[in-house]
Every structure is written in C-alpha cells, then in structure tokens.
Design a protein around this ligand. Structure first.
Ligand code: ZN
Length: 142
C-alpha cells in the first residue's frame, strides 16, 4: 500500500487530501442522483397502485392486483432500506467519516466505495463478516 519514501510523504498526504475532496464531491453527486431516482420510482409505484385498484371491479383481478401490490411493497421496502443507506452515506460525507470503517476505524478504499458507495465497512471487515455469516448459516443448516 504505502511504499513511497518518507521524504515524499508530506506531499503525498496533501495530494491525497485534494484527491479525496474531489472524490467526495463525486460520491455526493452519485448518492444524491441515486436517491432522487429511488424517490421517483417510489412515487410512481404508489401512483400506479391506487390507479389500478380503482379501475378494476372483478374480484379475480383484485386478487392479482393484491399480489402485484405485495410485490410492489416488497420492492419499496428494499428501496426504503437503500434510501436509508444512502442518507447514512451522505451524512458520513458531511461529517468526514465516509472513508472510515465503522468496525475497525481503518480506511475504506476508493475502489470499494466506487463499487459500493453505501459501504460502511472496509473490505477486510466485510470479508470477515461474510465468512462469519457463512459459518453461522452452515451451523443453522446442520
Ligand atoms: Zn474495517
């Protein structure tokens, strides 16, 4: 990771901060866009739902609409969880902890954040967590 000679460290750190400020702007815009998109989707699915229910009288049709609605609600549940995560990530940007892993206090790499801007754990902690989940999952299955 850090292989640069100690004499350049000061300058690297400065450059690092400038790069990070630019990256933060990028992530902020990305997260805001994602949030807007999710809110738009959530808004339109609610509108679709009430329109459909009003325009069908047949009980059979109503049943299939009910299934659709449950499906829509499930998606919206997932959406609202994601919206919460995005809000959390935006807060982390604001208070300067966006790069900090919630578990070990280490740094989350830009590469990882680009793949998953709502990440709150560094790759090491995430890997550990996933391994643990797998172990626990296996135990439950047995
Ligand atoms: Zn960590």
């Amino acid at each position: 990771m850090k292989n640069s000679p100690s004499s350049h460290e000061g300058r690297d750190l400065e450059r690092d901060i400038i790069v990070k400020e630019k990256e933060l702007e990028f992530f902020k815009r990305l997260l805001n866009d994602q949030m807007k998109e999710l809110l738009n989707q959530a808004g339109s699915s609610v509108a679709d739902m009430s329109e459909e229910i009003n325009s069908y009288g047949d009980p059979l049709d109503r049943a299939s609409i009910e299934i659709d609605r449950n499906f829509t609600l499930r998606i919206r549940d997932r959406e609202s969880r994601l919206i919460k995560k995005i809000k959390n990530a935006l807060e982390r940007i604001e208070n300067g902890t966006f790069w900090i892993c919630e578990r070990c206090g280490g740094e989350i790499s830009i590469k990882r954040l680009k793949a998953r801007p709502v990440a709150t754990l560094c790759i090491e902690c995430k890997t550990k967590e996933e391994t643990l989940e797998k172990v626990i999952g296996t135990q439950i299955l047995i």
